[in-house]
Design a protein around this ligand. Sequence first.
Ligand code: FES
Length: 269
Amino acid sequence: MTRPDSNGVHRATPEMADLPRPGDEPTPTDTARAFDELTYQRAKAIIGRYPQSRSALLPMLHLVQSVQGHVSQQGISFCAEQLGLSTAEVSAVATFYTMYKRRPGGQHLVSVCTNTLCAALGGDLIYKKLCDRLGSDGKPLGHEQTVGEPGATGSITLEHAECLAACDLGPVLQVNYEYYDNQTPQSAAELVDALRRGEKPDPTRGAPLTDWRTVERELAGFFDDLPTSAAGNSAADETLVGARLAETNGWTAPGMPDNADLPPVPEKK
Ligand code: FES
């Protein structure tokens, strides 16, 4: 849980963090109430994709986030019950990967790359600008904090992120994992201002912007409108320069032989 300050900024404090507490797990009835019939059906469909049910945990956690906006204790119990795992096993995964959020987030997740290349090109300045822009009472918004009522139109959760795999287009940021390339502090500030107003500016490439919960449902493998979700050219000209140069010059890489002499794989102990 988080509580808003006078300007609607939701700041988590350690005691508010929705972390597992021994003996504080929801009952099966609590869990059943938190998820509707459609979610149970979707969970079943996800599990059906894998030979072993435990392999379905990652998309199941995305499904939970699409319903609740984060991975709650109920969500952890739900996954554990459906997959025959312990809640400790599910918690271990949910707290390891940064894409799983333990607190309710905004309509949009804004991720600013502050890894080496983007940082050197201005990513640190962009992150600082957005912290200040989205903060209030002279207090900047912090990592994984939310401005606005979580889930409400125009609410934003801000985070700094490791390399977003678009170094040739840095500094970059993502909104709900869609790319906004070659950013400046000013363009990033204008982008979050538009999001706060409820607008959805087009990403530089790829599919049109939706909202974080919709993307979470898609990451779980459920698309209401697949052509739109897959629309747009996600490859940038800058990324294709090498491939085009190789094509023009007739350069090719040697193929991998079928019987390559590979080093032995060490035995698992
Ligand atoms: S360092 Fe920012 S995308 Fe790689």
